[in-house]
Every structure is written in C-alpha cells, then in structure tokens.
Design a protein around this ligand. Structure first.
Ligand code: GLN
Ligand code: ZN
Length: 772
C-alpha cells in the first residue's frame, strides 16, 4: 500500500484565529491559558481536517505559536543566548514564564522596565515566510527541555486518537541556518558534536512516547554547501542509525530545490528520503539511484508553495515511475513541502468566480488530493475514477479558458525586439537632458513614495469598499490628501516630490486590481512571520492593462506642485514575486507580460507631464535562485530584462528611478548595474556604508540615494547623525552622484516623526550643498 503524507499544515486557522489569539494575548485581552487553549483547539482541528481527508501520515510539531525554528531554539535551551545579549540582570529579575520568554525572543519585550530586542528574523529559503535565526555563542551548550514541544504535541494528538509523525528541523539544517552572536566567532557547524546528543535524547523520548517515524527536515541540502557542512551528514545520520530501534525511523526531508549536487550527503542507512518533485521533477531518477537498498522514497508531488489544483494525471505518472523502480512498498506520496505556505481552505472564498475557483486548491483541499493520489496508485485509477475525471476536467477548463489565454498579449510578446530593452541614449547624454529640465541642486532630496497611511485614509478606503461613500467622494478625498502632501513637501523644501500613495492599499494588490489576468481572494492568508499574514493576489492568466492605473493621481499631483513630481510604480518582478504566480507558464513569461503593461503606464505618465518615474523592485533579490550558477544567471537575465522592458520606453529627458530595500548587492551587482536606472535609491542606514564600495569598484556612473535614516523605527535621527552618514557615503560616492533620501517608504510612520526626520534630512543636505 502506498501511503499519503503531509509535511506540515498552516497554523493560522480558517479565520486567522491564531493571529487573533496571539495578538489578543500580547494586548492583554486574553490570558495565557486562553491562548494555549485556542492553540490546542487549532492543532486538533487541523489534525482532524487531514484525517477526515484520508491522509495516512499526519504531522505534529509543525505547529508553533510564533515560528517552528524558534520552538527548537527554546527546546534546545538557547534562551540564555538571548538573555546574555539583552541586559541579563534586569531581564532575569523580571522572570518571564516560558511562553513570554518565547515571544520575547521572537518579537522583543518592552514592559515593566524590561527592554530586550528580538532575535534576528530571516526569510525562510526563497519563501515569504520568516524564521527566527538561532544565535550561538563560542562556548555554546545545549540542554533539552524537560518537556519538549515535539513530545508534548505528539502525545496530545495521540490522546485525541490521532497517530502523527512529529516534525523536527534536523541538526545540520538547524546549525547551518544559525549564526554566531555579535562578538562571537564560532562556526555554527562546529557545534554539531554538542547538538547531536540532544537530538538523540529527543528522538528517544519520541520513541518512548510511541512515535514510529519522525520527519527530520534537512532542507539546507538544496543549497551549495560548504564542504564541512556537507561532510557532516554521513557521520551524523550514521550515529542515528546506530541507535536502531531506540529511536523512531527517520524520514530525511528536503524541499524547495533539487539535491543532486549533494547526493553524497543523502544517508544510506535511513528509513526514507523526501524530495520536492514539484520544483525539480527531473531529480527523480538520480535520487532513486542514490538511495540505500531499503530506503523509501517520499515523492513530493502536491505543491506546498502555491494554490493550484494538482494535475493528478501528472502527479500519478511521477509516482508510478518511482513505483516501477522501487516497488509499492518503497514509495510514499507527499506534499512537496509543508503546506504552511498555502492558505487554509478554498471553502472560505465566497466571492471568487466559480470558473476560477475550480482551478484552486488550498491546504485543506490539497489534503484530499494527496489521499486520492495514494489511493489511485495503490488500488488503481478506477478506485478514484470520479475524482480523476473531475480533476482532468478542471485542468482542461483552465488550460483552454479565455481568462488564461489572451492571444493579444501573446502576440505582443512575440513582437518584442532587442531595441525594446534599451534607452535611446547612454546615461551621460540622458542626465544632461534631465538636468536641463529638472534643474536640481547638488545632493537632491526626495522620499521613496509613500507618506503615512493615516487612520483617515484607511477609514475612507473602508467606506468606499462598503459603499458608504461614492467613488467621486473618495477621489476628492484622495486629491485633498495629495494636495496636503504637496504642501508639506513645500514646507520641508524637498527637491523631488511624491504624491504619497494615499490611494494604495498595498504596492502589489493595487496594481493587480487594475490589471487583467489577476484574481483576488477574501481569506487566502498565509503566514509571513509571527502573527503577520499576507494575502497575495493570484496571477491566473495572461496579463494586460485595460486602462491607465496611476495617471489620474500623478497628473493631479503635478497640477498642484511647483517642483518635479515622481510617478510611482511597482516593478514587474516585485508584482510577480509578491503574488501567487501561475504554474502553467514560466515566471519569465509572466514577468514580461507585467513589464509590457507597466511600460504602457510609464509612457502614459510621461505623456501626462511626469518627468521622473520610479519603478520599485524590492523583491528582485529574494527571487534569486538558492544556488549560484545557471539557474541564477537565467533568473537575473529575465528579471533585468523585465525591468528594462518596463522602463525604457521614455525619452532621454525623463528620469527613471528604482528602489531596493537593501544594499547587499555583492552577489549580483552586475544585474543591478544592468538595470540602467538613472537613479537608484537603496537601504543603507542599517548596513555598513562599506557596501557602497561596489559602486566605486565598478565605476558605476549613475546616481544613487543610499537611505540616510531608518524608517522602520519611530526614532527621529538628528541632523548631525545624518550629516555623519552622508560624510561616510562621500568616501565612496561622488557628490554629483549622491541623492539624499530615507531608507524606504514612510507609510508605516506617524506624521510627527516623519516631518521631524525630514526637516533634519533636508538641513543635512543643505549643509553639504553649501560646502561643495
Ligand atoms: N514606493 C513604495 C513606498 O514608498 C516602496 C515600498 C518598498 O520598497 N517596499 O511605500
Ligand atoms: Zn523599500
């Protein structure tokens, strides 16, 4: 019999219940006991969904109140790391209970005289989920908690009559995803010998509790690994194997990429190996060839990262290929990764067009799919004929729908010629013309786009959605906001203005709502970090722009302003990355369609008298494939091309800006330079100014605005601080290259601190202007 397995289930619940409960707890509105009761209710509900769907292997310990890696940090006794970096005496005297200590590590703690920062949070591989980074000391010791979470949750499920497979982050991934604490120099992998015994006792405890198998996640195997890390797999898993029946059987689990470059690291003496066959189906044969003679293959064929219905025929074929080589006893069918990255259930979507809804499958529906696939390969397709027929019908409907295929878009794509990717003249020519038109002083000041999204703005938007005000009333309100923003910028004496983006709910959704080819959900939330969830729009078909999207507001802004006004757009790569993309055409095709739509918008803005246009690409870096080499080069090529295609349709005298929320460009600086943007604004206030050296080393000729202060905190930077920062930047950049701006948009800030900070910023710029 071929069993079905799920690698992890979303935790938030049908109505983001976990978010509501944790935030209520943080706000002092419910007790800790109430929070824990709610968490327990959610775990049970999620196990039941999977059981009722007919899934054979259901995960436990995939739940976390904040983050699963953070749960390991706490269970391994790493808390004191956090204590030592965070005013230990005051902190320990505050004596937080374990739950509060856990949240304090995740999100900081500022209460009753205790003020501790959170641990660092980082993106989980190439997903939009963020994990808490384990932070290690040179003399790090580990200590297993008396009642480890993995054991407790296994027993909780058992008591409810559900046998589960506990999920652990494996020891090598745990360390490779960790870092040395500030001022420490330990290479995390060197702590492996100290950590392995912790896993040995944890695994033994799980076995005692009754766990037959454990899913041990070693996703770092999809990276290019340092030799030392790669070499650690063999001996570590050999040690686990030598424990025999004292510990559960291990399912060695990888996802989000292929592992063929790390084949030697796959343990031979292991119960099962899981690979992601949605992302890299071509690795199947090679991985099978590298398995030990008894090892089971767990075939990840249901996408844990997207919302599309599984193509059953294709999935079954993949599984059958594996069965032919290994036999039914040595194959499991599984989700490609945890379903954490998918929304809870499609059943909540009451407003979706039924034609489109038929193409989707969220976590709860994927649970059914995986069970159906297992049945099909165990008992034969006839046993699930109805489901397979319905699935084939959906696949056909989607593939042939006019909403998916727009011949006009394809036709336009086929007519793109090389010159569509280049500005008319090179930068030196362009900047002279731009300067003639814009007449900007040295060290021009500007902001990144958004101004504070006030309560009034959100209220007006809500009223419009509910039909309590008319579209005209709303437009008038937005015009007034823009006018106010212009006045404020007059007072601040900035050089290049923005309209402030009051009309935008979100920098991607706003554009999605104005483009053909997008669909929107009401409940399809996925966890981003802690209690924070995002609801990405879905790209369902060929993308085109039926009408201008931002021209009305920008034109109005120009009409009320005496200084140059920037038009503000979200770039094609960011629109793609922060949406659920299609899985039936390559992402490069989708980026190109978005680029063509944005190109028209850019040209229309220019026609409307906008001389400066900013196209933001904050998501460019996160799209970088996890490994360097061919795949990464290919990505950078199409991503850069998409940006250029969207921006180069303008005259030389129109100035193109772009913005990135980071300044670590070392790995792909050639791509940043290839964008050929006249002005780049980047994050720099929290990073080392030395990072700007890449611009010098490559003799980067264009303009750069490294953010001079951090917008993520309400703190107002002093004029002197900003001057010092600019002074530092001038070690690397020429005065005629340097723009003065904040790190990012100001939408999350209050007006009071925004104005104060900008006054100081403008004064600092004026100081240098006088000096040079
Ligand atoms: N223009 C956007 C803003 O100011 C940029 C946001 C971002 O980079 N994430 O809000
Ligand atoms: Zn930004």
């Amino acid at each position: 019999m071929v069993q079905s397995a799920i690698l992890g289930f979303p935790r938030m619940g049908v109505n983001r219940d976990l978010k509501k409960a944790t935030e209520a707890y943080w706000g002092g509105k419910i007790s800790q006991e109430e929070l824990l009761t709610e968490a327990k209710r959610l775990r049970l509900a999620h196990w039941k969904i999977q059981k009722d769907a007919g899934v054979d292997i259901i995960p436990s310990n995939d739940f976390a109140l904040y983050d699963q890696v953070l749960s390991h940090i706490q269970d391994f006794g790493l808390t004191f790391v956090f204590l030592s970096q965070a005013v230990p005496e005051r902190y320990s005297s505050a004596k937080l209970n374990p739950v509060d200590e856990y949240f304090a590590m995740g999100r900081g703690h500022q209460k009753d005289g205790v003020d501790v920062p959170s641990l660092e949070m980082v993106k989980w591989f190439d997903s939009n989920y963020h994990y808490v980074k384990p932070t290690l000391q040179d003399n790090q010791e580990f200590k297993l908690a008396a009642n480890p979470k993995a054991v407790a949750e296994f027993l909780e499920a058992k008591a409810a009559g559900i046998a589960t497979r506990p999920v652990l982050v494996g020891p090598i991934s745990f360390l490779h995803l960790a870092k040395a604490d500030r001022g420490q120099s330990v290479n995390p992998i060197d702590l492996l010998d100290k950590l392995v015994p912790i896993y040995e006792s944890l695994l033994a405890k799980l076995k005692e509790a009754g766990a037959e198998t454990v899913q041990i996640d070693e996703p770092v195997l999809v990276f290019d690994l340092p030799a030392k890390v790669k070499a650690a797999f063999g001996p570590t898993y050999q040690k686990f194997a030598s424990l025999g029946a004292k510990i559960p059987q291990l399912v060695f689990t990888t996802y989000f990429g292929d592992i063929v470059h790390n084949l030697e690291a796959i343990p031979k003496d292991i119960y099962a190996v899981h690979v992601d066959l949605v992302r890299n189906p071509e690795q199947l044969d090679t991985v099978i060839g590298a398995l030990g003679s008894k090892t089971i293959l767990s075939a990840g064929v249901v996408d844990g990262r997207n919302i599309w219905k599984t193509n059953m025929k294709k999935a079954i074929e993949t599984v059958e290929t594996a069965i032919q080589k290994l036999g039914k006893d040595r194959v499991l069918v599984a989700t490609s990764s945890s379903l954490l990255h998918t929304p809870h259930t499609l059943a909540s979507e009451k407003k979706l067009d039924p034609e489109i809804a038929d193409w989707f499958s969220f976590a709860s529906e994927k649970a059914v799919e995986i069970a159906v696939i297992a049945k099909a390969v165990t008992e034969g397709p006839a046993s699930v004929r109805e489901q397979l027929e319905a699935n084939a019908k959906s696949m056909h409907a989607r593939a042939t729908s006019s909403r998916t295929n727009d011949p006009k878009v394809k036709d336009r794509q086929s007519k793109i010629v090389p010159s569509d990717y280049n500005r008319k003249s090179e930068f030196s020519v362009r900047i002279a013309q731009q300067q003639k038109k814009l007449n900007l002083p040295l060290f021009p000041t500007t902001t990144i786009g958004s101004f504070p999204q006030t309560k009034e703005i959100r209220l007006a938007r809500n009223k419009l959605t509910k039909g309590e005000i008319t579209a005209e009333q709303y437009d008038k309100f937005i015009e007034k906001e823009i006018e106010d923003n212009v006045k404020i910028q007059d007072e601040l004496d900035l050089d290049v203005y923005v309209h402030g983006e009051p009309e935008r709910n979100d920098m991607v959704q706003f554009f999605g709502e104005r483009l053909n080819g997008y669909a929107f959900t009401t409940h399809a939330w996925v966890q981003s970090y802690g209690s924070r969830c995002v609801r990405p729009p879905i790209i369902v078909g060929d993308i085109s722009r039926p009408a201008p999207m931002t021209v009305k507001e920008s034109k109005y802004a120009v009409s009320v302003s005496k200084k140059p006004m920037k038009g503000m757009l979200t770039g094609p790569v960011t629109c793609l990355r922060w949406s659920f993309p299609r899985d039936d055409v390559h992402q490069s095709v989708q980026a190109e369609q978005l680029a063509l739509a944005l190109r028209d918008e850019v040209v229309d803005l220019e026609k409307a008298g906008i001389d400066v246009i900013q196209v933001d690409e904050p998501a460019l870096r996160e799209g970088l494939p996890l490994r360097s080499g061919k795949e990464r080069d290919a990505y950078l090529e199409w991503a850069v091309n998409a940006f250029k295609l969207s921006t180069v349709g303008v005259e030389d005298s129109t100035q193109i800006h772009s913005h990135f929320c980071y300044s670590e460009f070392q790995d792909f600086f050639h791509a940043i330079a290839a964008l050929d943007a006249d002005v780049l604004s980047i994050e720099n206030s929290k990073s080392d100014a030395k990072l700007l050296k890449v611009f010098v080393d490559s003799a980067y000729p264009r303009h750069i605005g490294p953010g001079v202060y951090d917008i993520h905190s309400p703190r107002v930077p002093s004029e002197q601080e900003i001057k010092d920062r600019i002074e530092e930047m001038l070690q690397y950049l020429k005065p005629e290259q340097l723009w003065i701006d904040p790190d990012c948009g100001l939408k999350t800030r209050q007006w009071k601190e925004t104005k104060e900070a900008l006054v100081n910023m403008v004064n600092a710029a004026k100081f240098f202007r006088a000096k040079y």
